[in-house]
Design a binder for this molecule. Structure first.
Ligand SMILES: Cc1cc2nc3c(=O)[nH]c(=O)nc-3n(C[C@H](O)[C@H](O)[C@H](O)COP(=O)(O)OP(=O)(O)OC[C@H]3O[C@@H](n4cnc5c(N)ncnc54)[C@H](O)[C@@H]3O)c2cc1C
Length: 499
């Protein structure tokens, strides 16, 4: 047992994209605050934020069909799509600020322009896609979207998908060139590199095992140094729990009443990665389909060009599955260990409600590679087994809580900030839309936890995020200017050219 004890202003638990973003925002707003990070793995961005553990989609609702639902009267509700798009514009602005100030470099190492497409088959889904296109196309945030149900046009856009396609079913797609592929692992590592250069204390192989409030309202963390096992005590006035799937356990340990009654439902993921460079070269887009009946929204199949380590790759998936682990590197007891007196009724209700989903996810885990190839062949009809390998992706822990709309034990598919009433601690739960909206979500943490400072920070926030506090959808001129400026800063100007 070591007697190492420190005091600091801010402790960030976990070295994923969320802590990286919050730390970077705070360093710009209050450079004099002392920030310390504890990460149990050996480096930054190794869990969900790692490039092989997520799909790398810059989620701006350009292609994800689950963000635009059909209302009972047949019209399309685009409000969620607009909100997610606005949040992605906020991320683009903050990343551009960092690049323009030389705080991070070489944006092409973390963001690349890539058309985003939605593709559907069958009369009903084609009609839905057309209506969705009509609802979005007049909106300034979705300018440049194209629609086609002409097989010849589609063969131009997605030759790999259209070659050898034998069905007579109607097929249609939308395409928008302002989509992006984001390497969140590379971005996380860049941000932690920047934080280190600014004097932030980053402690890898340090696991936060427990925490308690001190008499003066600060938080004392019990931290285990995994190199040797010594235990340290570290105190901070503000703690951010950015432990990804590990956040729920830590929130429960904090004992704050706001964390009671919340549970987690882990969903695992698998991708198929193409090993044949000739096939990789034949595709250049992210193509999102529609989730199968009974499948959760995070298992919408998509065929994605990816840029990892300056190399073009092709991934298909994710295949959702069930594993009781909350982190990819977590324990098989994570789910059981998260059931506490405060959430047991919620968890039991969720268990009863989600039997079909759990059954679906377990069946998914048991699928053979050949069965998965059949799903891939709905995208690439002539896909050969020998050209594809399976890779294990990250874990997503979806929030379970009681809601007025869904009742007891309702599964949530979004991202949720949980914070103490006095703002001394906040945790981020959930994983969707995830990393793409990290900047907006961390701004939410700042607003909730530092209400006494947010006013004085406004000028700097506007410098970093020119649209701060302004709706872009209501200010198309500003959107146009910001979109062009961020495309320029991030090297995305090629997005304006045809594929
Ligand atoms: C299959 C899949 C596909 C996805 N696709 C996309 C996508 O296309 N686009 C998108 O925007 N988002 C996507 N996401 C979501 C996105 O990856 C996550 O929202 C994001 O990476 C979460 O970042 P984080 O910092 O909260 O967590 P993480 O990156 O998981 O980081 C948490 C860190 O905390 C550490 N930690 C945990 N507990 C402790 C502890 N007790 N002590 C010390 N350290 C601890 C962990 O080791 C880890 O390094 C996807 C996720 C998955 C799983």
């Amino acid at each position: 047992m070591s007697d190492r004890q420190t005091q600091t202003d801010v402790i960030l638990i976990g070295a994923g994209i969320m802590s990286a973003t919050l730390g970077t925002l705070l360093k710009e707003l209050v450079p004099e605050w002392k920030i310390t990070v504890f990460e149990k793995l050996a480096s930054a961005g190794e869990e969900s934020s790692n490039e092989w553990n997520n799909a790398g989609t810059g989620h701006a609702a350009l292609c994800e069909l689950n963000y635009t639902v059909e209302k009972p009267d047949g019209s399309i509700d685009i409000s969620k799509a607009v909100s997610i798009n606005e949040q992605f514009q906020v991320s683009r602005q903050f990343w551009s600020y960092l690049v323009n100030r030389d705080l991070i470099r070489n944006p092409h190492e973390f963001i690349m322009p890539l058309p985003h497409m939605s593709m559907v088959q069958g009369e009903k889904d084609v009609a839905f896609l057309k209506k969705r296109f009509e609802a979005l196309t007049g909106n300034p945030l979705f300018q440049g979207m194209e629609y086609s149900d002409d097989p010849a046009k589609l063969a131009e856009w997605i030759p790999l998908i259209m070659t050898d396609r034998k069905t007579n079913e109607p097929i249609a797609a939308t395409k928008i060139d302002s989509g992006t592929d984001v390497n969140f692992g590379a971005l996380t590592r860049m941000l932690f590199g920047h934080l280190k250069s600014q004097g932030v204390g980053i402690n890898y192989k340090h696991s936060v095992d427990n925490m308690k409030r001190t008499d003066d309202g600060s938080w004392e963390l019990k931290v285990r140094n995994l190199d040797g096992g010594s235990v340290e005590r570290h105190t901070a006035k503000f703690v951010f729990i950015g432990g990804g799937g590990g956040s729920l356990h830590l929130l429960q340990k904090s004992g704050i009443p706001e964390g009671r009654g919340i549970g987690g439902f882990p969903v695992s993921g698998l991708f198929m990665v193409c090993t044949n460079p000739d096939i990789v070269e034949q595709h250049h887009a992210k193509v999102y389909g529609k989730a199968k009946v009974g499948a959760p929204p995070m298992s919408v199949p998509h065929l994605d060009t990816r840029f990892i380590d300056n190399k073009k790759s092709l991934l298909f998936g994710p295949f959702a599955g069930f594993s009781p682990k909350f982190l990819k590197t977590g324990s098989l007891f994570d789910l059981l260990g998260s059931v506490k007196p405060g959430n047991v009724l919620t968890m039991l209700a969720a268990g009863a409600k989600n039997v079909p989903l759990t059954k679906y996810l377990i069946e998914q885990v048991l699928q053979s590679k050949e069965k998965r190839m059949e799903e891939l062949r709905e995208f690439i009809p002539n896909a050969r087994s020998e050209d594809w390998d399976l890779v294990v992706a990250g874990q997503r822990v979806q929030v379970i809580k009681d809601t007025a709309a869904g009742g007891k034990g309702t599964l949530q598919f979004g991202t949720e900030v949980v914070s103490a009433a006095d703002g001394s601690i906040a945790a981020l739960l959930g994983a969707s839309p995830g990393a793409s909206t990290a900047v907006s979500v961390m701004l939410e943490v700042l607003k909730r936890c530092f209400p006494q400072h947010i006013g004085e920070w406004e000028e700097k926030l506007k410098e970093m995020i020119p649209s701060y506090g302004v709706s872009l959808v209501k200010n198309p001129q500003l959107h146009e200017e910001i979109h062009a400026a961020t495309a320029q800063a991030l090297g995305l100007s090629r997005e304006l050219q045809p594929v």
